[in-house]
Design a protein around this ligand. Structure first.
Ligand code: ADP
Ligand code: PLP
Ligand code: ZN
Length: 308
């Protein structure tokens, strides 16, 4: 008998493809987590396709769903996982819910992927940034903060490893015990075919003294744009930090290795579908999630993290 671990995942739903809840639920369930999902939007597909249609859940509608759960007294969670959020009042409601759930379970961990934008452009309204800065970070105990180069510019942070670790220390002070920068756009000493990820975790040693584990990873870059990878990353970081508490190196190696296997399988399939010399389209590049079940459950380690 294993203790049940229950995740409330408030993320996008897409009919076709894998972003948001579609990118997080299956891999978490495969690893034995109970996943309760609230769909913050229901779209036909992600917004990188030529067309997309669908509905957006309002803050009020989110509260209605949460109320139903609460009335039945089943609002007990170990983790809350959130991603792409466009609406300020929706995000504020999420924070309210997280705070209430934390009162129910003080050990609750809020894993937050503050999606802001990419490739130099914001894809969320700017008025949401203060909510992340002032409200979300404070309740985000173990937080996954996915900073792209653009996110870094948004926060006016310079691109230097030492400075990044100082920033991660600052984020620790604001709340999260774990901070992972998933793709930093830092140049890798192994060449421009590599992405650099950095992680920092506050740990308490067996003798009670506190310190910070800092790690760095250089992972092979694939020449294609994937959607839903950030969501999968956040879900896997949640799972593997749960399964390897106090060992950010192991948790990140497993997380990145899952990413590698899923991306490789996706790329192989996409190229095959597109045909010789043609670039795959967004539909062909949907993550090969179901096909990657075994790699999600037990990823062969392909990237070694360096403890700094
Ligand atoms: P998002 O999907 O939110 O833009 P990121 O770009 O931060 O997310 O990517 C999250 C993770 O997905 C990265 O840490 C990496 O492991 C993996 N990843 C995403 N795109 C690529 C790529 N082109 N090549 C290799 N890994 C990738
Ligand atoms: N949710 C929706 C509806 C999206 O369209 C996207 C990206 O286009 C995402 C979530 C985020 O995906 P990613 O994990 O690539 O940041
Ligand atoms: Zn993302």
């Amino acid at each position: 008998f294993e203790m049940e671990c229950r995740v409330l995942s408030i993320q996008s739903h897409v009919v076709r493809g894998y972003v948001g809840n579609k990118s997080a639920s299956f891999p978490l369930q495969v690893l034995g987590f109970e996943v309760d999902s609230i769909n913050s939007v229901q779209f036909s597909n992600h917004t990188g396709y030529a067309h997309w249609k669908g509905q957006v859940l309002t803050a009020e509608e989110l509260n209605v769903l949460y109320d139903g759960i609460k009335l039945n007294n089943v609002h007990h969670y170990d983790y809350v996982l959130t991603g792409y959020t466009r609406d300020t009042s929706f995000l504020e409601t999420v924070v309210d819910i997280v705070q209430e759930l934390k009162r129910m379970n003080p050990k609750l961990v809020y894993v937050c992927d503050p999606v802001m934008g990419d490739q130099g452009s914001m894809y969320v309204p700017e008025n949401i940034l203060p909510v992340y800065r002032d409200k979300v970070v404070a309740v985000c105990l173990v937080g996954y903060i996915g900073l792209h180069l653009f996110h870094l510019m948004v926060l006016m942070i310079m691109l230097m490893v030492s400075l990044l670790f100082q920033v991660m220390d600052l984020l620790h002070q604001m709340g999260p015990d774990t901070v992972v920068l998933t793709s930093t756009d830092l140049p890798s000493p192994r060449g421009d075919q590599f992405l650099v990820a950095l992680g920092s975790q506050k740990i308490v040693r067996p003798d009670g003294t506190k310190s910070t584990q800092k790690i760095r990873m250089d992972m092979p870059k694939v020449d294609a744009v994937f959607v839903g990878t950030g969501d999968l990353f956040a879900a896997m970081l949640l799972a593997w930090t749960h399964l390897h508490p106090n060992d950010l190196k192991a948790a990140c190696e497993k997380t990145i290795s899952v990413m590698h296997h899923v991306i490789k399988r996706t790329m192989t399939y996409a190229n095959e579908m597109a045909g010789q010399g043609k670039r795959p389209n967004p539909a062909q590049l949907e993550l090969r999630m179901v096909q990657s079940k075994k790699d999600i459950e037990d990823p062969a380690i392909v990237v070694e993290a360096t403890v700094l």
